[in-house]
Design a protein around this ligand. Sequence first.
Ligand code: URA
Length: 255
Amino acid sequence: MVFRLDRFLSECDPTLTRKTAKALLHDGAVTVNGKPARDAALKIDTDKDVVAVGGKTLVYRQFRYFTINKPAGVLSASRDNRAQTVVDLIDGIGDGYFPVGRLDRDTEGLLIITNDGALAHELLSPRKHVPKTYIAVCKGTLDENACERLQNGLNLGDFTTAPAKACILQRDLSENDPTTTIAITITEGKFHQVKRMVEAVGSEVLHLRRVRMGGLWLSQELASGAYIETDGETLKKELFQDGTNDEERRLRSYL
Ligand code: URA
């Protein structure tokens, strides 16, 4: 790609405003192919030119990928001037980033943020059937029969869910407020789908967390609100591989 030098600087480091970039250029702190550059309009070819600021080479990446452990209370959306969004949680990224798919505001867990529209399209395509696993704490006691109904496809009025996977992970039988924690894997992503499915079997989701997309599991190292940047190739490999190896142990590790 070819950019003006000032645009290249802000693409590589969005904290470099036009004003700071101008000052750096003026001071001779920016070099292009080893020579000080002072012209903001100089054309930079991202495949060939080496640009450095204060001796440190800038790396241009057209697409970037972040895996975040979304906290409850944050909106799954691109930047929004009325509410805090997941994109605001990523330090120093510019415009054009968005979450791949949405989690409800009160849902936590695994979410990918990128500026790569093609990846988003691939992951969200109904034809790809990328499985997404959620751990849901549900009100009351759910039994095997409820799991079977969740698995077999439920008529939710406006659509019938595709076959899913569901199992009971834990029961809390406290006298007043019993709960059942289930793992549920769906291949669709309709609005409030898990909550609606759980309601259809007579319960209510009290807490929801996504722990897996395709073969990518939510890292236990990621605290709520924390994220890691991954290169596109590694991420795509993980997402499109089978993630069911050692599934039960992994699911239980989130309890
Ligand atoms: N299903 C829901 O009900 N909510 C989510 O956030 C994700 C899946």
